[in-house]
Design a protein around this ligand. Structure first.
Ligand SMILES: [Zn+2]
Ligand SMILES: [Zn+2]
Length: 319
């Protein structure tokens, strides 16, 4: 089940990133939101005390949550007639109240996938598009219960002392209502701006990327971000992931900027090529992974890492 894997991920993150005691760890992590990439971005101030909001492109706003270790990023993509919110974050604070300050246009929600850190605010919206997979349907119907995700809100998971009004002992992801199903290749017309859905299963069965052809923007969700990419959960399919990143790597020449769902919001298209090259290296066994215990290996590369389950790795190398 996911919770064990997720809890384990958290343990790994803290073990990886921090060398001393937990206190030192938290302090170090709290200083970390000053990621270099953010200093170059234009912040839209005064919108929220929880979310930090940045203008990151042509009518494109990144809504970040730098005070939780996930450092998740949702994107508001604004067209002439409509806006699309790609992910709704952790549900720790109201994202709809932020969105209302950023656009008066009708907002449609679409998720990069239905892991809990990306669908937390879905329940606040009425117009939600989704992939038709059992995985998606399950999380739309049930959300994520407290026990499955309580590790997201432990004391060490936060950089701020506390978020006013948040009762972490009741933290759960609420179910949401799907308005319409979408599939690979579908286009969403926002008026003067069309977004294409690209199915990229692997990290989860319902993972998608989103391409804004007009501007050359590619939104990759958790299929790519600059950090340890998680390929160890039960819902991860390594063979599907390999095919999906090959698809993204082939798109690199037509992409100007990559916008992932964690950590740095603005990445170079060269990362898409690296995604495949580095993955091929671990598949061929030409790089050595670090045994992180609990059946996982960490493969480190210069801009991002892969955290992969041993069984998945063996399956891959046998191909
Ligand atoms: Zn995920
Ligand atoms: Zn995520």
């Amino acid at each position: 089940m996911r919770p064990i894997s997720f809890f384990f991920a958290l343990t790994l993150i803290f073990n990886n990133s921090f060398s001393q005691t937990n206190n030192t760890a938290v302090t170090d992590w709290c200083n970390h939101p000053s990621r270099e990439a953010f200093s170059k971005l234009k912040e839209i101030k005064g919108v929220s005390h929880w979310f930090k909001v940045y203008s990151v492109g042509e009518n494109l706003i990144a809504i970040t949550e730098p005070y939780n270790f996930e450092e998740v990023i949702s994107y508001l993509i604004i067209g002439k007639n409509k806006a699309l919110l790609f992910d709704t974050g952790m549900g720790l604070d109201s994202i709809s109240s932020v969105i209302k300050q950023l656009t008066k246009l009708p907002v449609t929600v679409l998720n990069s996938h239905t892991h809990p850190d990306h669908i937390g605010g879905n329940y606040e919206f009425t117009n939600i598009l989704a992939m038709k997979t059992n995985y998606t349907l399950l999380h739309a119907k049930e959300g994520w219960g407290h026990d499955a995700i309580k590790w997201e809100v432990t004391k060490d998971a936060f950089c701020m002392q506390e978020l006013p009004g948040l009762d972490t002992s009741r933290y759960a992801i609420k179910p949401f209502h799907i308005s319409r199903f979408v599939k690979d290749g579908d286009e969403i017309d926002l008026g003067g701006r069309k977004l294409q859905i690209i199915s990229v299963p692997g990290h989860t069965p319902d993972a998608i990327a989103l391409l804004d052809k007009t501007n050359g923007y590619l939104f990759t969700g958790d299929t790519f971000y600059e950090g340890p990419i998680y390929l160890f959960a039960e819902e991860t399919d390594i063979e599907a992931y390999e095919k999906s990143i090959a698809k993204l790597a082939a798109m690199a020449p037509n992409v100007k900027t990559v916008f992932p769902a964690h950590n740095n919001p603005v990445c170079e298209p060269a990362r898409l090529t690296e995604l495949k090259i580095n993955f091929d290296k671990l598949k061929q066994g030409s790089v050595k992974g670090e045994d992180k215990g609990q059946n996982t290996f960490l493969f480190k590369f210069s801009h991002f890492d892969y955290l992969i389950q041993k069984d998945q790795l063996e399956k891959l190398q046998k191909q």
